[in-house]
Write a protein that binds this ligand. Structure first.
Ligand SMILES: Cc1ncc(C[n+]2csc(CCOP(=O)(O)OP(=O)(O)O)c2C)c(N)n1
Ligand SMILES: [Mg+2]
Length: 554
């Protein structure tokens, strides 16, 4: 029966349902619990319908930030990002309809699944496919296109068949001969290292990996978002000797960590030319990428780690704690930590990055979420700020995308509110990074989320000018021709953005002011706050062993 026939029969005898309601109900049935967006024609009704079926709707100020927030909820809850786009009416296609664009084709490049349901009746199955595709295998975003005319079109309720919630992703395990081989390579290692990546965090492999580390007494190194899978203060964590550990290890086991730029592609001079990599990954295409691995273990990281543990249960083995390797790593950690402390304790003003992070770390609640973005701000912050729980650090990650921070913080705060009330979110932003999604401060205030924003303000991107230098510079010409491209307006009062929407704002220039404002912000859980921390505009990170290959200034 054609849709127009069904619509004509809306005479009260038939129970009708709109396309918007079908979308909402189909999402709810697939266990989608949060929706982020901005409404407008034609999608307003979808947001309303979502609220009606019990999905939490969070209105954001920018679609980008909405996507970042939804992707962070996906990381935290295991229900990755499904993008729903309202598109033009089908009958106007190719005619130049309002906002007409080939969205399904455009999204195909960026998503695992991109489709437009052919009818309202097809919506539930397309949404089930999108949700299933997003969580099976390597997780990733999916796109569902909803033509404008579907939103308000009514169809007979009985014509809609909601798909049951898709099954959780099937758990795959590695081939047993490969597991034996991996165990043997580890046993024969002289300078072993485990690298714990974001994949391990997503796979919730914390218990099994910790068991492996402790049972075999192996050193481990977390990647930025692998931090917290095992606490940073665990005695086997060699995070403070990162370059040394990567450079001299002879066997490296990668748990859900890609050999991309963050791990310097697995290539010399950052690694030994004959280093043996053991890759544990959910994604087959990742195995053997950039290097020829000694062993590949394809499967769910938690399940595969348990397989490895079985080997070491059968024939127990420990890496000797008094080895030369441990001595090298411990010495390097000690000297690096001493260097950071020395910088942190410098009394000069304006403060440097290390001083700022040292004081933040002193007060950081152990169970808080730490969100961060920026260049120096994120890189240095990561080395000082500790994570004690898995999936509690969210940063700009592999893509180094600035603008993610506030969306990530909003997502973390919502999940915290639902699962663990009272848990706080600390969002450490460079002043440039903050600017990308700064208007989301209004969103934070509107939903009164327990977020403390810390803007580490050096008046620029990597570096900036102080007020006097800025003024001097302007004597030489118009800012568009003389201002260095990294410079932002000096002495900006970002805290007023928070005050504008009813939150608390602080402007701090000394360690004492920082301590005090942070203490107050942490204590006042009734309001979000923003602390604008002025630092030395020319401050940088300490000298790196491998500066030329550190693409940290994305
Ligand atoms: C979307 C996007 N645009 C631009 C960049 C280039 N970029 C890299 S870091 C950065 C900002 C760094 O400045 P800030 O956040 O103030 O941190 P700082 O290094 O000054 O501490 C920018 C703009 C990027 N990574 N992503
Ligand atoms: Mg900056």
């Amino acid at each position: 029966m054609s849709e127009s026939n069904l619509a004509e029969r809306s005479d009260g005898r038939e129970r009708l349902v709109s396309g918007a309601k079908v979308v909402a109900q189909a999402l709810k049935t697939q266990d989608v619990n949060y929706m982020f967006g901005i409404v407008g024609i034609p999608v307003t009704e979808i947001a309303l319908a979502a609220q009606e079926v019990g999905i939490r709707y969070i209105g954001m100020r920018n679609e980008q930030a909405a996507c970042y927030a939804a992707s962070a909820v996906g990381y935290l809850t295991g229900r990755p990002l499904i993008v729903i786009g309202g598109s033009s009416e089908r009958s106007q296609e190719t005619m130049g309809a309002f906002q007409e664009f080939p969205q399904v084709e455009a999204c195909r490049l960026y998503s695992k699944f991109s489709a437009r349901p052919s009818s309202i009746e097809a919506i539930p199955s397309i949404i089930e496919k999108a949700v299933r595709s997003s969580i099976y295998g390597r997780p990733g975003a999916c796109y569902v296109d909803i033509p404008a005319d579907f939103v308000n079109l009514q169809v007979n309720v009985n014509a809609i068949r909601y798909m049951e919630c898709c099954m959780p992703p099937p758990v795959s395990m590695a081939e047993s001969s490969a597991v034996c081989m991996a165990a043997s390579v580890i046993r024969n290692a002289k300078q072993p290292l485990l690298v714990i990546g974001k994949g391990a965090a997503y796979a919730r492999a914390e218990e099994s990996i910790r068991k492996l580390v402790e049972q075999c007494k192996l050193p481990f190194l977390p990647t930025p978002m692998g931090k917290g899978v095992i606490p940073d203060n665990h005695p086997n964590c060699v995070g403070a000797a990162r370059s040394r550990a990567l450079q001299f290890a002879d066997v490296i086991v990668l748990f859900g960590a890609r050999l991309n730029w963050i791990l310097h592609f697995g290539l010399p001079p950052r690694y030994q030319p004959d280093v043996k990599f053991i890759q544990v990954d959910i994604c087959a295409e990742e195995l053997g990428n950039n290097v020829r691995p000694a062993v590949t273990l394809l499967g769910d990281i938690n399940a595969v780690t348990k397989q490895l543990l079985e080997q070491f249960d059968k024939t127990p083995w420990q890496y000797p704690p008094e080895s030369k390797w441990w001595k090298i790593l411990r010495e390097k950690m000690k000297s690096n930590e001493a260097l950071s402390k020395e910088l942190a304790f410098k009394k000069s003003l304006p403060m440097n990055y290390y001083t700022v992070f040292y004081h933040i770390q002193e007060q950081l609640p152990r169970d808080c979420f730490v969100v961060s973005e920026g260049a120096n701000t994120m890189d240095i912050g990561r080395t000082v700020l500790q994570n004690y729980l898995p999936r509690h650090r969210l940063d700009a990650g592999t893509f180094g995308t600035m603008g993610v921070g506030l969306g990530f913080a909003i997502a973390s705060a919502l999940v915290a509110k639902d699962r663990n009330p009272g848990q706080q979110v600390i969002c450490v932003e460079g002043d440039s990074a903050f600017g990308f999604s700064g208007m989301e401060v209004e969103t934070i205030c509107r939903y009164n989320l327990p977020i403390i924003l810390l803007v580490v303000n050096n008046n620029g991107i990597y570096q900036g000018f102080d007020t006097d230098t800025w003024k001097e510079m302007l004597k030489f010409g118009d800012a568009t021709t003389v201002a260095p491209p990294m410079c932002l307006l000096p002495h900006s009062h970002y805290e007023h953005v928070m005050i504008a929407f009813g939150g608390k704002g602080y402007f701090v220039q000394t360690p004492e002011e920082l301590q005090k404002s942070l203490r107050q912000s942490l204590a006042d859980t009734t309001k979000p706050s923003l602390i604008n921390i002025m630092i030395e505009p020319q401050a940088t990170r300490k000298a790196q062993d491998f500066h030329w290959l550190t693409r940290s200034n994305m």
